[in-house]
Design a protein around this ligand. Sequence first.
Ligand SMILES: [Zn+2]
Length: 143
Amino acid sequence: MSHFLARCLFVCGTLWTLPNTLLGLTVWVTLAPWGARARVVTGVVEIAGAPVRGFLSRFCGGAIGLTLGQTVLSWTPATHARARDHERVHVRQYLLWGPLFLPAYCLASAWIWLRGGDPYHGNPFEKQAYAVACIDPAVDDGL
Ligand SMILES: [Zn+2]
């Protein structure tokens, strides 16, 4: 694939998943007064801080990472680094699926749960991400 074509596809994906990215940026803006900080790493907005950890604990079962479009929420810069490869797979999934990603992800999890499976690890989006990079939340790195 030529560099120009790859660039065009990236721009199209960025626009296609913009609603998801805006959702992530909204979380950041909402939590910023309590200390959430953002930085751009390889074209992705990484958001971290104590309120982000609280948000993920409250709404995402204590996950160390949550990707929303081209934003990734995580506890600290260290957890971002640990989860980066995994979350970048989700970023690429968002670029492909755009606004259909979250409904598709939820429907896949619901279908797997209804069939008695693990709605997280059985989800094909997670299987693809874990095939690239596992995240071990039990690693004790002082978090
Ligand atoms: Zn994942």
